[in-house]
Ligand binder design. Sequence first.
Ligand code: ATP
Ligand code: MG
Length: 307
Amino acid sequence: MPRYHLMETNMIKQKYIELIRVKPDKKIHLKDYDTGWAQTDDFKEVGKDKVKERANEVLQQNLTDLTQVQQLLYADDRYSLLIVFQAMDAAGKDGTIKHVMSGVNPQGCQVFSFKKPSDEDLDHNFLWRYMKSLPERGRIGIFNRSYYEDVLVVKVHPELLKNLPDGKKGKSFWENRYEDINAFEHHLHRNGTVILKFFLNVSKKEQKERFMERLERPEKNWKFSTADLAERGHWNDYMDVYEDAINATSTDWAPWYIIPADNKWATRALVADIITSTLQDLDLKFPELTETQLKVLAEARKTLEAE
Ligand code: ATP
Ligand code: MG
């Protein structure tokens, strides 16, 4: 299937996607990434309202295309797609998943939300609980938080590390975990899993506004958690661990995308575009029937016609 990355054809220009894809050989600094998508030429030229309008068109077109290409992924039955979402609280993981996946067939898609690990999880290697939830061939699996928490929240709060032999907690502990993650993802890739990783990059200012909204609007009160406020207190530490993790684990086989998350319409359009075009770029095809299978179909047709 051809791929058109132009806003005019309702896809996002490839050069913008390249801006937010982290190259394996480059060290990034999160502060260089705009949380509001204002660095694009379109934004500067035509203004925010017009860009928002176009982003919504891009989203709609992608949702339509995604429905089709998901069917093909399912029929083709060779690849699976693993999508990882990581972000600070209130960056919009849930809303993005809800909107972007609204057109996909639920039978071919599963969402797993990873919370604090159980005692049983902690009694195993750190990748264990995630391995059990990987998507089967033909399907899309979404990780709402993931094994990256084990090099993010756990790195900010090392007291969460339990029951490890002392010798295993040495200086290279985190480097070893990044290495494990890269090897794990490489293994998945070699076995037909396509991996996309999205860091929803919200600003500290926007997070405050979203928290305030949760406090002020009764129907949003339930979303507020004092634990989120405590983690906000570690904002700089989180930015450091995100930066380290992204730099250590953006690979050719499992790239990170730093998605601007201060404007929800931009987040959704970009995520939908990357997912759809990644699937469209695979050599997916409907299975071709053998001569024998075609003969069986012809016989079945005859039988039905003779009724
Ligand atoms: P929402 O708030 O929208 O429901 P959420 O993903 O923030 O979604 P919570 O139940 O609020 O869900 O938080 C889950 C918590 O579990 C987060 O603070 C996260 O850091 C923590 N967590 C996830 N994985 C791990 C892990 N491997 N080790 C320790 N903590 C983890
Ligand atoms: Mg939360």
